[in-house]
Ligand binder design. Structure first.
Ligand SMILES: Cc1cc2nc3c(=O)[nH]c(=O)nc-3n(C[C@H](O)[C@H](O)[C@H](O)COP(=O)(O)OP(=O)(O)OC[C@H]3O[C@@H](n4cnc5c(N)ncnc54)[C@H](O)[C@@H]3O)c2cc1C
Length: 487
């Protein structure tokens, strides 16, 4: 089959890798830099990633599963370390009930209120639309505790407590398994029970039972299990940071691709081929493109330079642009949902310095001015010149001067002595896990798929992108099997 992959970030490249190994003829069209956000830049002797990264679920998550199956080798991940919170000093972020009741981060009065509320919510259930703020607003919590929740929400969902659903806080903290929430995420899942490839371990009837019983009763029925997780949660993280920076994940995929054709072109339009479009289409192809007017039931993918025929399209660019690009009824029907996908911008500052205010493995969050910070050269010294450290700070605020002042004041770090300062503005995930967010299901139709962080709500960034690729591959296999049976 001829497959065109739109976008060459993690999700596009992983899709290309798997599909190439399955014997397809794959072209990747990337408008900018191959790797997308999973890249590192070389700035004044430092190797800086696009945003600061922790790679999740390295024990047995979708990224590792896909790489083990299709790539030539695995990137070398260093264990991540721990997560801290900086107030007057550095403290562990509380995860278990015992840590919640003893943490110095929030006032004593709040600790009791928060722990009893968590157990109460898991027992009595809550609705899918309940936000974190809906719960904390009437608890009379201190400003520190509210700031704490806002910050944790930003980093789990991309939104503050008002826009973050409570389920995201509980799944992100590891108290509620993501699979328990998943049946309720995709808007049209109930309408089309065929879309159950996500839930291979459950029967279709079980999924329909869960959906019919509703979100509230599903949470209630899992409450014992969830409370147990809250009480016993340990600080063992299955996370890591790749030696060489996140570019090494991208390189691992690129070195494993042997036949895929990767081109630097921007996709402008995707149209379905029919006898009408075939006879009317202008053949503006050059020798490199694979446009062929004899094809049927596929797509013409038009770029700024060429046009390509595809039996199957895998779209990995932001889905909110899809209605403008793809003249396909299944997409136009949900145009409003696609265009309303919410996302958040972040500002990352990389600083090269001879001082290292983070002499530990892991990262820290600040709650009075939400920030996530780490030192990547703690994992790999080669990311910074000799005797220097590479410090990364990701903010939800995008005012450059302001964030530099905050860093200086918070850490007592003299930025006049900085060896390098580099700013990046980016969108970490194409869909924030917000209340009522629309997620695109990876299978739009038999020969059109969407992958990326707006096509799966599970986990974070790169792992989330990989989850969507796994779903796409299973759906594609199902379609091939179905078509083979019908032959
Ligand atoms: C500040 C920050 C912190 C982060 N922290 C983490 C973290 O801790 N852990 C983690 O796992 N992830 C993290 N991420 C996110 C992670 O890197 C991304 O979510 C992931 O790499 C996204 O991969 P993707 O393929 O879905 O999207 P992208 O990497 O965005 O790839 C999409 C590609 O499509 C291309 N494209 C768009 N339109 C077109 C078009 N019309 N034609 C052709 N090409 C097109 C784009 O140029 C882009 O290269 C972070 C990101 C940032 C910015």
């Amino acid at each position: 089959m001829k497959i065109v992959v739109v976008g060459g970030g993690t999700s596009g490249l992983l899709s290309a890798l798997a599909l190439e190994k399955k014997g397809h003829d794959v072209v990747v069209l990337e408008k900018d830099k191959v790797g997308g956000l999973c890249r590192s830049e070389y700035i004044d002797g430092y190797t800086v990633d696009i945003g600061i990264h922790a790679i999740t679920m390295l024990n047995d998550g979708p990224l590792i599963r896909l790489l083990k199956k299709y790539s030539r080798y695995l990137p070398n991940f260093r264990p991540y370390g721990d997560y801290y919170i900086r107030t007057d000093k550095l403290y562990n972020i509380p995860v278990s009930m015992q840590e919640w009741t003893t943490t110095p981060v929030v006032p004593n009065k709040d600790k009791i209120l928060i722990t009893t509320k968590i157990i109460d919510l898991m027992t009595s259930g809550f609705s899918k639309e309940t936000s974190v703020y809906d719960i904390i607003k009437d608890m009379n919590l201190s400003k520190t505790s509210i700031d704490f929740f806002n910050t944790i929400c930003y980093f789990l969902s991309g939104e503050d407590a008002k826009k973050t659903p409570l389920w995201r806080l509980f799944t992100g903290a590891g108290y509620i398994p993501e699979d328990d929430i998943l049946p309720f995420i995709y808007k049209d899942l109930k309408i089309n029970p065929l879309k159950t490839v996500l839930f291979k371990k459950f029967s279709r009837n079980k999924i329909m039972d869960i959906l019919n019983a509703g979100f509230l009763s599903s949470i209630k029925s899992g409450s014992k299990k969830y409370i147990n997780k809250f009480i016993n949660k340990n600080r063992y993280w299955t996370q890591g940071y790749p030696l060489g920076g996140v570019q090494s994940i991208c390189n691992c995929i690129l070195y494993s691709l042997t036949k895929t054709d990767i081109r630097n072109e921007e996709v402008k339009r995707i149209i379905e081929t029919s006898s009408e479009t075939n006879s009317n289409s202008n053949d503006n192809s050059n020798n490199n493109s694979n446009n062929n007017n004899n094809h049927k039931n596929g797509y013409i993918v038009e770029t700024d330079k060429n046009s390509y025929y595809a039996d199957i399209v895998i779209y990995s660019a932001p889905s909110r642009y899809l209605p403008d690009i793809a003249q396909i009824p299944e997409i136009q029907k949900n145009k409003k949902d696609f265009k309303n996908i919410k996302f958040t911008k972040s500002l990352t500052v990389w600083i090269g310095h001879e001082e290292n205010p983070f002499p530990y493995m892991g990262s820290e969050v600040w709650i009075d001015y939400p920030c996530w910070a780490t030192c990547t050269s703690n994992y790999d010294k080669s990311l910074a010149p000799n005797g220097k450290h590479l410090l990364g700070f990701s903010f939800t605020n995008t005012k450059k001067e302001e964030v530099l002042n905050i860093i200086e004041n918070k850490l007592g770090l003299n930025l006049n002595k900085a060896d390098m300062i580099h700013f990046q503005e980016a969108i970490p995930e194409q869909a924030s896990c917000a209340v009522n967010q629309f997620f695109v299901y990876p299978k739009v139709k038999d020969n059109f798929y969407v992958v990326g962080t707006d096509a799966d709500p599970r986990s974070m960034g790169i792992t989330r992108a990989a989850y969507s690729v796994e779903v796409m591959l299973s759906e594609l296999d199902n379609t091939f099997n179905k078509n083979n049976k019908n032959k």
